[in-house]
Design a protein around this ligand. Structure first.
Ligand code: SAT
Ligand code: MN
Length: 585
């Protein structure tokens, strides 16, 4: 065996005995290994090389058409007690789950190579980072893990030094949706995933480890593992505020993280620390410090263009693995709203493109690309201390109700604001697109334990420091009577972030309402955008009757968590309800 860590050596042996691969390869994480993996996939047809001139080192992967998104209905948290998983998760008894999956893993790697990928989530020299090892039979997973995490020899050395790691066993199996399961065993720090090659199901360092298992670890160790981007906003005076924002999948986290400020804010500098996951630690100075555990982006492709987000567009020009996009006759990747004047020749399934049949790119088609390709990549992403967070922002896709932005009154209220989030579902998960569902802290699919306990954990920070970040809620997705977006979004969201920063610095007044502090409409700069004062007033108003209904819906939702729901949250909610009622009266 090629490790000094006995537990790891034994586990690899045990997995090999079960899955019966032809060969075992320990990944060193080198560029040579990545290139060899790519060559092998080009040969087998798993990847296709894209136009070398326009897109150097870019490849296209077409997945099985049934394997294009996360599968929440097949994702389980297998804690010993069902209560610990909570009504927010599907649960299976761990003994039963292991038995069920081991039957599926039995012999599944015959004729295949088993790759052992040691990885580190977070900067390799940071005490806030955590180790893992993914065993997989998929070269696509190896290549994507190389982009998304710090893998190979340095990670293995860290594991050998520290002795701890999360185990992740993955096989694409036979891609039969009937035999597809993503299982988490939080008490054992173990993940077993079979039957899917899709990012969130197969790159186990990402959602499975860095959110579901890490959220559980974070609770026992006193920190937070969150579904948040981290963006740096440097003012013309040279002061940088770091803001962490939680939005559900496919609601624009990557775009916000690499936002290009409009003309009116051209003296501001925006930098990206992370686009999806954020680990928050309370430090001795009383502030929350954040690291991005990842080193790459796994983003939604459709809608990305030079105008909506030139940084993202440029990030994708080299070194990217595209999954399920279309291609042009010139072999360039193509997707809906790419707006480059070219036409798709083939759709994501490799068939001749026919608009009658469907879009050229799958709505959840994705890119994997190294974070360092981002023109506004922040070097602070590598800092072992992470970055201090000034504001936390929650949000979702809501056609109605939620104002453009508001600020929570204090930490406890902010936790309620996060816990009450709801959003229209997107193509990032199979099933339910468009339906509104409660998505507390954008963690509905990702919290590895009972939401009641999770809210209590969040609340517990309130008494530990008086220097915690301010908490905000935003909604870029309000629509008018004709169904048109009322707010332009993308780079223009800088106008809202500037108000958030001003609030953090105590530079601007706000209106107190029953749901929190709202901006005075004139305090959001609308110079140069086509948004009328009337629209701003509507975007920044509180419809008392609708909010009363919302508060009652939230109350019903919280009731699902029974005894585990912290009393503080319920009383905070009832304070808001009373304030709404007395204001309406
Ligand atoms: O879960 S993925 O990482 O595949 C993408 C997402 O849904 O956020
Ligand atoms: Mn995500």
């Amino acid at each position: 065996m090629t490790t000094k860590n006995d537990a790891l050596a034994d586990w690899v042996e045990e997995v090999a005995a079960l899955t019966k691969p032809d060969k075992i390869v320990w990944c060193d994480g080198s560029d040579a290994e990545y290139n060899a993996m790519i060559d092998q996939m080009l040969e087998s047809g798993t990847l296709m090389r894209l136009n070398e001139e326009t897109h150097p080192n870019c490849y296209l992967h077409r997945s099985d058409p049934s394997d294009v998104a996360r599968v929440e209905h097949l994702t389980f948290v297998c804690s010993k007690s069902e209560e610990d998983a909570g009504p927010n998760n599907h649960w299976m008894d761990p003994v039963e789950a292991h038995a069920k999956l081991d039957t599926l893993f039995d012999g599944c790697m015959q004729g295949r190579t088993m790759y052992v990928i040691p990885y580190c989530m977070g900067p390799i020299d940071s005490p806030l980072s955590r180790n893992g090892v993914e065993i997989t039979d998929s070269p696509y997973v190896v290549a994507n893990m190389k982009i998304m995490a710090r893998i190979g020899t340095p990670a293995l050395e860290r594991i050998e030094r520290e002795g701890t790691f999360v185990r992740g066993l993955h096989s694409t199996g036979d891609l039969d949706p009937e035999k597809r399961f993503i299982m988490h065993f939080p008490e054992e720090l173990y993940i077993k995933s079979i039957g899917s090659g899709y990012g969130g199901n197969a790159l186990l360092g990402k959602k499975c480890h860095a959110l579901r298992i890490a959220s559980w670890q974070a609770r026992t160790e006193g920190w937070l593992a969150e579904h948040m981007l981290i963006v740096g906003l440097e003012s013309p005076q040279g002061e940088t505020h770091y803001v962490a924002c939680a939005f559900p999948s496919a609601c624009g986290k990557t775009n916000l993280a690499m936002l290009i400020p409009p003309e009116q804010y051209k003296d501001w500098k925006v930098t990206t620390v992370g686009d999806d996951i954020c680990w928050l630690h309370l430090r001795e100075d009383g502030r929350l410090w954040a690291i991005n555990p990842e080193s790459g982006y796994f983003g939604v492709v459709p809608g990305t263009n030079e105008w909506s987000n030139k940084n993202a567009y440029d990030t994708l020009k080299s070194d990217a693995i595209f999954t399920n996009v279309g291609v042009t006759a010139g072999n360039e990747p193509w997707w809906e709203e790419k707006d480059d004047g070219k036409e798709p020749a083939l759709d994501w399934k490799g068939n001749a493109y026919d608009p009658e049949v469907g879009p050229a790119a799958h709505p959840n088609s994705r890119f994997t690309v190294p974070a360092k390709n981002n023109p506004v990549y922040s070097r602070m992403s590598e800092h072992p201390d992470g970055v201090p967070i000034s504001a936390l922002v929650f949000g979702g896709r809501r056609k109605e109700l939620a104002p453009l932005v508001y600020e929570a009154k204090d930490w406890t209220h902010g936790v309620l604001v996060g816990a009450s989030c709801a959003s229209e579902m997107t193509a990032a998960a199979i099933g339910g697109a468009g339906q509104i569902r409660r998505d507390p802290m954008a963690m509905k699919p990702f919290c590895g334990y009972n939401f009641g306990d999770y809210f209590a954990h969040w609340l517990s920070f309130g008494s530990k420091s008086d220097k915690l970040p301010k908490i905000f809620h935003v909604n870029w997705f309000r629509r008018d009577k004709d169904g048109k977006f009322m707010w332009p979004g993308f780079g223009e969201n800088m106008r809202v972030l500037a108000w958030v920063v001003d609030r953090c610095e105590g530079k601007v007044e706000a209106r107190e309402t029953p749901i929190g502090f709202l901006p005075n409409p004139e305090d959001i700069n609308t110079d140069g955008i086509d948004v009328s004062m009337e629209t701003m007033q509507e975007l920044l108003s509180v419809d008392l009757a609708k909010w009363e209904q919302e508060a009652s819906d939230i109350n019903k939702y919280f009731a699902e968590f029974g005894e585990r729901m912290p009393e503080t949250m319920l009383s905070e909610l009832s304070k808001i309800s009373s304030a709404l009622q007395s204001k309406a009266a």
